[in-house]
Design a protein around this ligand. Structure first.
Ligand code: FAD
Length: 434
């Protein structure tokens, strides 16, 4: 029919924009639906943008994309209530012509990405929620219904880029709702302060940026992480924990964030700031084993809706962009050889994903999410506390002989976990990291 589209993309986040842009620039007739007031208005991220994956879609994005700082330093902290033990990596190599990672503010970034979809010829409809998938008698998806008047909108294929909740796809029975042990709830604040103050506090010059990622007693024994990212004139600070842990412990994420901000290692970094924004969002953390069916007759699913998120490396937007791009490319290739959007043809998308870093990385860490979930108290409470005490034992000088201190440290580990427990934890961690 006249109004039939080649593809409808649900959602204008990272994956939806990548899919819509890649198809529109190839000349396909694309409709993108976004329930938010504008693209990005509903979206939350730390946020680190991994440049290579965007470069594969928009090579010259650095010319006009709203980028905050390029990252030269990454700090990993293990925390107990009064200390942190850290590994920091800082390199001048990251002051390169085309930096590798940037901090971004999603509301601005998504707006920019969406403008590129429009420039490429895509139709973007905001303030429009897709309410139901339309199917033909055989069950193939043939379009969507929205909360606007006008009935069904038809398309050869629907790209579900609706984010982690994925209500449209779950309601249609294409996949299950994510399980509580496979999603984290993250809360985040934006703390504003002058650019020079951020530069001075973190030892940054020019557009350099720094991030801190922290685990330990801050998550009260639940699997979870705190983070702090420097933007130009603000700092994003937040914490996320598995929903299953929050439900069991009845901990309140806002209180965890408050405690994280009050931690003696974090408080000075935020001093004097003005809080302007507050957000909460889910993150898919189940890894490879939680990935649902990714394609069917008339549909594909991409990004967070497909659970494509590497929680171990805290990467999500890059998997979202890459899966969106691959879905778009697969659809274009099928179209250009005159094929139909059947399950069989759309398996091309999954084939592309399997060959890419997306599936390879998720397969590599397939056992880690369940290990961290089932053993969270040891990994997020016992070990951070022991390591912190060991570090203090190592640096404190008070006349006690070193040998006594070292023996006390070894005994503290054995008392807490037993010899076999320590060996088993080390082996299981190593195996799940392979
Ligand atoms: P989303 O960005 O969630 O987009 C989905 C879109 O679909 C939304 O705009 C939504 O409004 C729209 N939508 C949903 N349903 C409908 C509907 N029915 N009709 C119309 N529109 C609809 N990743 C990183 O790479 N680096 C980081 O530093 C990082 N930090 C993070 C920190 C936090 C606190 C969180 C929550 C996530 C973080 N992530 C990070 C993960 C990253 O944000 C996601 O992986 C990424 O946003 C996924 O993109 P997406 O397009 O699949 O989903």
């Amino acid at each position: 029919t006249k109004s039939k589209f080649d593809a409808i993309v649900i959602g204008a986040g990272m994956s939806g924009n990548a899919a819509a842009y890649s198809m529109a620039r190839r000349g396909l007739k694309v409709l993108q639906l976004e329930r938010g007031e504008h693209s990005g208005s509903k979206n939350v991220q730390g946020a680190i943008l991994y440049a290579n994956m965007l470069e594969a879609i928009i090579p010259n994005f650095r010319d006009d994309a709203p980028l905050e700082r390029h990252l030269v330093e990454q700090r990993f902290w293990l925390m107990d209530d009064s200390s942190h033990t850290g590994v920091h990596y800082r390199s001048d190599d990251f002051n390169e012509l085309k930096p590798n990672r940037y901090t971004i503010i999603r509301a601005q970034f998504d707006k920019w990405f969406s403008s590129k979809v429009r420039e490429a010829g895509g139709t973007v409809l905001c303030e429009t929620t897709a309410t139901k998938l339309a199917r033909d008698r055989s069950g193939s998806v043939i379009g969507v219904y929205t909360d606007r008047e006008g009935g069904v909108i038809l398309a050869d294929v629907v790209v579900l880029a609706e984010g982690v909740n994925g209500l449209l796809g779950t309601r249609a029975g294409l996949r299950d709702m994510p399980k509580p042990e496979n999603v984290a709830l993250a809360v985040k604040e934006m703390h504003f302060m002058p650019e020079e103050v951020i530069a001075e506090r973190f030892g940054l010059t020019g557009g350099e940026g720094c991030v801190i990622e922290a685990g330990g007693t801050i998550s009260r024994g639940m699997a979870g992480l705190g983070f702090l990212y420097t933007n130009k004139e603000s700092i994003s600070v937040g914490i996320g924990c598995l929903v299953s842990g929050l439900a069991e412990s009845m901990e309140n994420p806002y209180r965890l964030l408050d405690a994280f901000k009050q931690h003696p290692s974090i408080r000075p970094l935020l001093a004097g700031s003005e809080i302007k924004e507050y957000a909460a969002h889910l993150i898919p953390e189940g890894g490879f084993k939680a990935i649902p069916q990714l394609f069917g007759n008339g549909w594909v699913v991409v990004g967070d809706a497909a659970q494509l998120n590497n929680a171990v490396h805290r990467e999500g937007s890059n998997l979202a962009m890459t899966s969106g791009l691959m879905a778009g490319e697969a659809i274009f290739q099928i179209k250009s050889r005159g094929g139909l959007m059947t399950k069989r043809n759309l398996s091309l998308y999954k084939g592309m994903l399997d060959k890419s870093f997306v599936m390879k990385d998720l397969i590599k860490h397939k056992d880690l999410p369940s290990l961290l979930h089932t053993d969270s108290h040891n990994f997020f409470m016992t070990y951070p506390t022991l390591i912190s005490q060991a570090a203090q034992n190592f640096v404190r000088v008070d006349g006690a002989p070193k040998i006594n201190r070292e023996k006390a440290t070894a005994a503290s580990f054995i008392n807490a976990r037993s010899r076999w427990g320590l060996i088993s934890d080390a082996v299981r961690s190593a195996v799940s990291w392979r």
